[in-house]
Design a protein around this ligand. Structure first.
Ligand code: SF4
Length: 408
């Protein structure tokens, strides 16, 4: 790693020059980048830009651009300012987030919005961002550099892949090498917002650049923020995990990995087996309503509405598992009927096979809420409105609730 440190220090000016020149010409004109001015001319201008940048940063943390873009647009329509978000119900925010996964992001955003709206506005430095719920070191660095010009390198998996290839880093990223990666990225970022790229002035005067005038001005005035975004954008465009487009890459002449096989970098961590769980759920129906429960606080997917059910124990049949789960969750013995549908679903640390069965409660029995935040009998239209886990939503979209069911 010593060689890597030395190379990243020595080559930093060349990387800055090449990458920022490329970014100046070809930065993507995403909606959250429009209207930026650095430094912000007023508190209101800072708040407008900060809100859009923060929403984008949160949505795109674990989500591909193509998948997240419609969510970003819809989110801004529903909650145009941080004050709208602060006043929204948790259910409304979760509904806007439905299908994006990692729902803690949405809950944290709403909580942070009410702090920002009732406090002194958006943070102006790393420490302020880090103090907000749901904001980790990567997002804090990105936001502090983009909004306020902090020389704070943003380092996530995408950026690590790019750096691993630039310097042919021999080590995988883990607890023992974390500090080394941070040092390497700190060597590269422009030292402050006052740092000026020598070759930028002639480029700025050329008519070649295709990006908006305001974004090009922002890039020139905020090289630290532009650097973090440029590295990230290189990783999203040319330096993809598979089949990187090296021949078109703006730092091809500097990159060490392209002399061998870029896909060998970064070195993969040893893979752990991903656990798989068999899960059963009950479509419990009375007249035109289905019983659903809101997952309790502190649990994964908290605040989302689901069909009651749970994991199968070893040796259990699906029917026995569902009967047990329904009794544990609702306090009434249920009759389990036909299987209505099965899907496979992947979460970040495990996968599930989820089967939905029809289930009938004894006549006149009153289910109790034992494990959920609350339960309700929801009409089909209400099910469409409630925020639900993607797995349950998929079962509904497959037509599992169509009128083939036993009515209890
Ligand atoms: S030359 Fe290839 S491997 Fe190197 S940074 Fe560019 S796209 Fe990535």
């Amino acid at each position: 790693m010593k060689r890597v440190f030395r190379d990243s220090r020595i080559q930093a000016p060349s990387y800055r020059r090449s990458l920022l020149a490329w970014y100046f010409h070809f930065a993507k004109d995403w909606p959250w980048r429009r209207g930026r001015i650095f430094p912000a001319i007023s508190q209101a201008a800072h708040e407008r830009t900060a809100y859009r940048s923060w929403v984008a940063e949160t949505i795109f943390q674990q989500t591909r651009l193509t998948q997240g873009l419609p969510y970003f647009k819809r989110f801004l329509k529903l909650f145009p300012t941080v004050h709208h978000l602060a006043r929204a119900t948790e259910e409304a925010v979760l509904k806007a987030w439905e299908g994006l996964g990692y729902y803690a992001r949405a809950r944290h955003m709403r909580e942070a919005a009410s702090r920002i709206a009732s406090g002194g506005g958006f943070p102006r430095d790393m420490a302020g961002w880090l103090a907000l719920p749901g904001v980790g070191p990567y997002s804090a660095s990105m936001l502090a550099s983009v909004l306020d010009g902090a020389s704070a390198p943003a380092l996530d998996g995408n950026v690590r892949r790019v750096l691993a290839r630039w310097f042919a880093v021999p080590a995988a990223y883990d607890a023992s090498t974390r500090h080394a990666w941070q040092t390497m990225s700190a060597n590269l970022i422009p030292p402050s917002a006052a740092w000026r790229l020598p070759a930028m002035a002639p480029i700025a005067q050329s008519a070649k650049h295709s990006i908006t005038n305001s974004l090009s001005k922002w890039i020139i005035s905020n090289p630290c923020g532009a650097w973090n975004e440029a590295v990230m954008e290189l990783g999203q465009t040319f330096c993809a995990p598979r089949k990187p487009l090296c021949s078109a890459c703006p730092v091809l002449h500097l990159c060490k990995a392209r002399r061998s096989d870029p896909e060998k970098f970064p070195r993969p961590k040893s893979k752990k087996d991903v656990p798989h769980k068999m899960v059963v759920a009950g479509a419990v129906r009375r007249q035109d309503r289905w019983l659903v429960g809101c997952r309790a606080k502190g649990n994964m997917l908290a605040g989302l509405w689901e069909f009651p059910g749970g994991k199968m124990e070893p040796g259990e049949t699906p029917e026995a598992a569902l009967q047990r789960e329904l009794f544990e969750e609702l306090g009434v013995p249920a009759r389990v009927g036909r299987r209505l549908g099965t899907i496979k679903h992947a979460y970040s640390h495990f996968t599930i096979t989820l089967s939905l069965y029809e289930a009938v409660l004894p006549e006149n029995s009153q289910p109790r809420n034992i494990k959920h935040e609350k339960i309700m009998w929801a009409t089909r239209a209400q099910l469409d409105e409630l925020p639900m886990p993607a797995s349950d939503r998929r079962l509904i979209r497959m037509g599992c609730l169509d009128d083939r069911m036993i009515v209890g």
